[in-house]
Design a protein around this ligand. Structure first.
Ligand code: FES
Ligand code: FE2
Length: 331
């Protein structure tokens, strides 16, 4: 089945999203997994259903061993499973064969990628490693599971006209001035400007996220199909790389979250970190809200200007993993 683009790499989490010895549920391709980080920072992942009677391992806890590795303990009858999925049955005193097949992870620095156990068709983009080397990590935000399919989620992210509707209460964007689109296959770049209406001091005090908003939002979206979109923003104080991550949890459930990176030119920039996260969180909430309020299979009878990003998504989706004509570069 193609609707979840099997064969693409998915970024399941940034290490900062996992607490040491605290199990966390992650879903991919309709299967739930339990992820946990042990005392030496190693990340483990097993299917979440306990092979005894199906309890969710992510609802259990971790137990640390002498070498600082840890096992996940089932909340139902307290069987413990190590990273290989082996357990020790009460009274036996020795390890069983693996009862659960670990999910294969690819760890690059703090980034936890996975192909979900499916044959690899598309390489992991290197860009996040470059961003991590060049910028400071500000934090993660807006980890949201939305009841929508992957295609609808990606279309929303590459829709350069939805600011006026979906994000109107926040941005007060007057118009979108589209610049250019560079189509390099599974990678693309969109450049546009969005002048924002002035907010009063009162509005700023009520919504401090507005403080981080310039008069004109100069947008550069760097897209890496299908799992990553980076919004590059720059102001006098510094630069941000706001990384939007997508994970197909199941056919009709898609997860998104943001990893925020920044590079300050001015000490005041640091203080804005939380504002950026706050602003980004509101943006994702608004997107999640509209995605739950559309009929995704409605035939599109009307086409607006600047839907090139969505055309790019549709082409890549339809031909995945191959890239076929047309080339959508403009200007
Ligand atoms: S269901 Fe997990 S130990 Fe019984
Ligand atoms: Fe949006």
């Amino acid at each position: 089945m193609k609707s979840m683009l099997q064969g693409a790499p998915w970024l399941l989490a940034h290490k900062s999203m996992l607490f040491v010895n605290k199990p966390r549920k992650i879903s991919l391709y309709g299967t739930d997994y339990v992820l946990w980080k042990d005392g030496v920072g190693k990340i483990n992942a097993l299917p979440n259903a306990c092979p005894h009677m199906g309890a969710m391992l992510s609802e259990g806890w971790c137990e640390q061993k002498e070498d600082k590795s840890s096992v996940v303990v089932c909340p139902f009858h307290a069987l413990e499973f190590d990273a290989e999925g082996c357990t020790i049955l009460p009274g036996s005193g020795k390890k069983t064969l693996p009862q659960l097949q670990p999910l294969e992870l690819i760890i690059q620095g703090d980034f936890i990628w996975s192909y979900g156990g499916v044959e690899t068709k598309v390489p992991i983009p290197n860009i996040l490693n470059e961003v991590a080397a060049d910028y400071e990590f500000i934090g993660h935000t807006a980890d949201t599971s939305v009841e929508t399919d992957l295609l609808s989620m990606l279309l929303n992210m590459h829709d350069y006209n939805h600011q006026n509707g979906t994000h109107r209460p926040l941005f007060k964007i007057e118009e979108v001035q589209f610049g250019k689109f560079i189509d390099n296959g599974h990678e693309s770049h969109a450049f546009y400007n969005m002048p924002t209406a002035k907010s009063s001091l009162r509005e700023k005090l009520q919504n401090t996220a507005l403080l981080a908003l310039p008069k004109v939002i100069e947008g550069h979206l760097e897209n890496h199909f299908p799992s990553l979109v980076i919004f590059h923003g720059e102001s006098a104080l510094g630069k941000v790389a706001q990384c939007h991550i997508f994970v197909p949890e199941s056919e009709m459930r898609t997860r998104t979250y943001i990893l925020m990176f920044g590079k300050g030119k001015n000490p005041a920039f640091k203080m804005l970190g939380n504002n950026f996260l706050q602003l980004a969180k509101v943006v994702v909430e608004q997107d999640a809200d509209i995605l739950s309020k559309i009929y995704p299979n409605t035939p599109q009878k009307i086409k607006l200007n600047n839907e090139v990003g969505m055309d790019w998504v549709r082409r890549n989706f339809a031909s995945f993993p191959e890239i076929v004509e047309p080339n959508f570069s403009s200007k």
